[in-house]
Design a protein. Structure first.
Length: 228
């Protein structure tokens, strides 16, 4: 992805969230220059991967396969002193027909919540022992109500509705055409993008970036240690 595109996507995300009266924590607005002044008091942001996370999953077609994420809070599974924070919260901006490709998590259980804007479609499958999509009925909880649905069902979440995605449950989501960009919440166990995501098709979790403009904000993978 081009840096200029990432800058524009972050600006769009801030504008959209503010339009819906959702403000972000202070570090969402810090520039790379601001970060140069930040010391070890900000280690939690760096070490737990908080902040902006814009990705095309390495597919090079952001409009069809991509996601804008802001990680509001996260702990760490092994690094002290963050292991007591066992939870994570993200905001996801999902455009119409823009897919987060089929994947599951080994450790993380997550609730995906359609907060406002467009409807979110979530397609679910069980996993076969050889890591493929199973044809078996899926048991899934939607806002505390247990459902049994055929393999590959596309569940439509309207604003206010959520789905609980358990470990090893394959899922892919996108915003429903004709309903607008969906503002989505994710409340989960600790997030670890380095080890916990299994994609059905080999994809990268983070984009390659072409530096055609200076960054307006650092991504969560771009923080440097204080004094570096
Ligand atoms: Fe997921």
């Amino acid at each position: 992805m081009k840096r200029s595109e990432i800058n524009a996507l972050i600006e769009d995300a801030k504008e959209l969230l503010h339009k819906h009266y959702m403000k972000l924590p202070p570090f969402a607005y810090w520039s790379p220059e601001d970060w140069k002044q930040k010391g070890s008091e900000c280690d939690e942001i760096r070490e737990c991967g908080l902040g902006w996370d814009i990705t095309d999953f390495g597919a090079g077609d952001f409009d069809r396969t991509g996601l804008v994420v802001f990680t509001v809070r996260n702990g760490h599974r092994t690094l002290e002193p963050y292991t007591d924070k066992t939870y994570c919260e993200k905001i996801l901006i999902v455009r119409k027909d823009q897919h987060t490709p089929m994947h599951y998590h080994v450790f993380k259980q997550e609730d995906i919540i359609c907060r406002c804007g467009g409807n979110l479609v979530c397609e679910v499958y069980n996993r076969t022992p050889d890591d493929q999509l199973a044809g078996t009925e899926v048991e899934v909880s939607l806002d505390g109500v247990r459902h049994r649905v055929p393999a590959g069902t596309q569940l439509v979440l309207t604003p206010g509705e959520s789905i609980t995605l358990t470990p090893y449950l394959w899922h892919e989501f996108w915003a429903e055409k004709g309903t607008g960009t969906s503002i989505v919440g994710e409340v989960s166990k600790v997030n670890d993008d380095a080890t916990d995501n299994v994609f059905l098709k080999a994809l990268g979790r983070f984009p390659d970036i072409e530096e055609d403009a200076p960054p307006m904000h650092l991504l969560c993978t771009e923080y440097e240690a204080p004094g570096a």
